[in-house]
Every structure is written in structure tokens, then in C-alpha cells.
Ligand binder design. Structure first.
Ligand SMILES: *Cc1c(COP(=O)(O)O)cnc(C)c1O
Length: 361
């Protein structure tokens, strides 16, 4: 075995016990005499598996009964276009708060579908902070306010839920779902792709207050009508069955770890360890995000000279530390330390970083 610590931003590391269980039951699943990938989503075995994943997610996140939990396809990006279509008519206005790359992308996908207003943006400061709440220019009577709970590329995470009054809050949680407890009742919609914190790509989880659906007044193709997915247990068409099954296993693993509260303790410890190593390197490594909103999930950092990037990555790989190359938009490094990354992985990374700095100082 030469499995290494995988710091990839997404698709990202999965808990090893989950991968082992997948391996064990890949050929014959639950007495079906076939793989989970090979059986009908309408069969009882898969229906039970799907319902159990939904129950576990509801339990882990404390989802109130008036919210639908959907397991849809197309990733978070598709949802960033489906949501404006499904939440409001074209003449209404939606507010967008931009704290990084993914907020910008969501805004671009909304623009052709309704009126948009950038209520706040930290673009001017290169997305290193979250605009102060009292600076947001919210639209009275807006259809919703959209923000990105954790900006995966810029490493900026909301430490809490912003207060926007009675306007439904729509949040992209792709890269921090279940990384810490969150009060679902504060939201109109929470959505997130599975491939960062919860499973393989191909699946996007949507938690939506049921009364928000079906009021857009648009003539939508039935497949884009989210109410059809809500009314058909996310099986209006064939769902991403394999991804759904794996997410179900990850949710069981999360429950065994103690759920979101236990994850929060571990994630905070991992983040403090890594930021501590960066800040304590005497300026060798740098992360310029405002400490009040540094992400617990994605930690971008730069070396003193970009010429050191290549040797850093090469030696890190040889040491068993993978996926540290930063996003091409920012350069430098990025360590993604999602739920499945053990503390030992972050310890191995900080040890390597200190050693590299000493040898290349
Ligand atoms: C990865 C990511 C996305 C895009 O996800 P896709 O599955 O590629 O559509 C959107 N938002 C955030 C915050 C992400 O981390």
C-alpha cells in the first residue's frame, strides 16, 4: 500500500474505512448478486439505501421537517443556475455577496435569469476578507440573498450565518458541508457538491425550504423544475446512484465520529496547527486572508519565491503529501483539509514545511 495524505481541493480524500467498505461490497451488494452500480434505482434495495442516506443527513444536520433534502446531479454549478430559475420570476431581484471565485460564478449563472444586485464584494481587496455586514447594500424585497459559505479557492469562510432578516438566505456550502454545526432553519436553501467533504463527484445535495419551490411563474422544462425532484424523492430521472451510495457510507462514518460537532473540534485543531505553522515560519510561508475569516477547510499559502514552488511540490509528493498545488488563479500552494483528512496528515505537512524552510531559507 502506498496511499498518501491527499490535500486535493476536489474531488478530495474520502475516509479510508469507507473506501474499504466500497471495495468489499463492490461486486455483490446487499444480497443483490450485483454491484450497487448495476441495480435499478427503482428497486427496493436502492430505495432503502437512498432513504437511509437522507435520514442520516437530516439527523446529522438537524434538518427541520418543512425542508426537502434533494440528491441531484450536475454539481453545485448547475444548481447555481437552477436555483434562480426555481426561486423567482425574471423581474425580481436577487442579491449576491461576493467573497471569492465561486460567488462570482454563481452570479454569472444567475444574470440571464433574473435581476441581480451585488450587495457586497471583497473583490477590491483580492478576496481576503468578508465585507462588514453593515456595508451590505441589500435590496428591499429581494427574492433571496446568495453567498458562498466557504470560498474553496480563496480560503475565505464565513465564521457564522449572516443576518438578512426575512429574505431567504441561499448558501453554497460545497466545501464545508458538515464540517461544523449549522442552524439550517436560518436558510432558504443550502446546496453543495459532494466531492469536497461528502463523497464522489456527480452529486449535489440541496436542502430547500419547501414553500420556496414552485412559485417562479416560469414555463420551465419539467427536468429543470426542482419541485418535480422534491415530489419524486430526487428520482424524477435516474440519480447518480453510486455517488449517492458512497455519500450514505460517509454519513454513517460521520455519525460514528460524533457528527458535525466532533468534526468542528477536529477541523479547528487542524486549521490552527496549519495556520500556526504558516504564521510561525518567520514570514517564509504567507497566508494573507483576514484571520477572522480564514477557512478551516482550504488553506492557501505562498512561499518566499515562486521558483521554490516546483521543488516544494516534488519533495512533498515524495514524502507522501499530495495535491498541494494552488489554484491557477492564485498560484502558490493550497492544502485542503476536509473532514476526511486526519490530524496526522496535517502534522506530516507542517513537519515537512518546517524542514523545507530550513533547507531552502
Ligand atoms: C467545487 C465548488 C463548486 C463547483 O462545483 P462543481 O461540482 O464543479 O459544479 C462550487 N462552489 C464551491 C464553493 C465549490 O467549492
Amino acid at each position: 500500500m502506498s496511499r498518501a495524505f491527499n490535500f486535493s481541493a476536489g474531488p478530495a480524500a474520502l475516509p479510508e474505512p469507507v473506501l474499504r467498505q466500497v471495495q468489499e461490497e463492490l461486486l455483490e451488494w446487499k444480497g443483490e448478486r450485483a454491484s450497487v452500480m448495476e441495480v435499478s434505482h427503482r428497486g427496493q434495495a436502492f430505495i432503502d439505501c437512498a432513504a437511509e442516506a437522507e435520514r442520516d443527513l437530516r439527523e446529522l444536520m438537524g434538518v427541520p421537517a418543512d425542508y426537502a433534502v434533494l440528491f441531484m446531479q450536475g454539481g453545485a454549478t448547475t444548481l447555481s443556475a437552477l436555483l434562480p430559475m426555481n426561486l423567482a420570476s425574471p423581474e425580481r431581484t436577487a442579491d449576491y455577496v461576493l467573497t471569492g471565485h465561486w460567488g462570482e460564478k454563481a452570479l454569472e449563472n444567475a444574470k440571464p435569469l433574473l435581476r441581480t444586485n451585488v450587495a457586497a464584494s471583497s473583490r477590491e481587496s483580492s478576496y481576503r476578507s468578508i465585507p462588514a455586514r453593515d456595508q451590505w447594500r441589500l435590496t428591499p424585497g429581494a427574492a433571496y440573498v446568495h453567498y458562498t459559505s466557504n470560498e474553496t479557492i480563496h480560503g475565505v469562510e464565513f465564521p457564522g450565518v449572516p443576518d438578512v432578516g426575512d429574505v431567504p438566505l441561499v448558501a453554497d456550502f460545497s466545501s464545508n458541508l458538515l464540517s461544523r454545526p449549522v442552524d439550517v432553519s436560518r436558510f432558504g436553501v443550502i446546496y453543495g457538491g459532494a466531492q469536497k467533504n461528502l463523497g464522489p463527484s456527480g452529486l449535489v445535495i440541496v436542502i430547500v425550504r419547501k414553500d420556496l419551490l414552485g412559485k417562479h411563474g416560469r414555463d420551465l422544462p419539467p427536468i429543470f423544475e426542482m419541485q418535480n425532484q422534491a415530489r419524486n424523492d430526487s428520482m424524477f430521472n435516474t440519480p447518480a446512484t453510486f455517488s449517492w451510495y458512497v455519500v450514505g457510507l460517509v454519513l454513517k462514518w460521520l455519525k460514528a465520529q460524533g457528527g458535525a460537532a466532533a468534526m468542528a473540534v477536529q477541523n479547528r485543531n487542524k486549521a490552527e496547527l496549519l495556520y500556526g505553522a504558516i504564521d510561525g515560519s518567520g514570514g517564509y510561508y504567507r497566508n494573507d486572508v483576514d484571520p477572522s475569516c480564514r477557512s478551516w477547510m482550504n488553506v492557501p499559502f505562498v512561499l518566499p519565491d515562486a521558483a521554490l514552488d516546483k521543488p516544494f511540490l516534488k519533495e512533498a509528493e515524495a514524502t507522501g503529501l499530495l495535491g498541494l498545488k494552488g489554484h491557477r488563479a492564485l498560484g502558490g500552494m493550497r492544502a485542503s483539509i476536509y473532514n476526511a483528512m486526519p490530524v496526522a496528515g496535517v502534522q506530516a505537512l507542517t513537519t515537512f514545511m518546517a524542514d523545507f524552510a530550513k533547507r531552502n531559507g
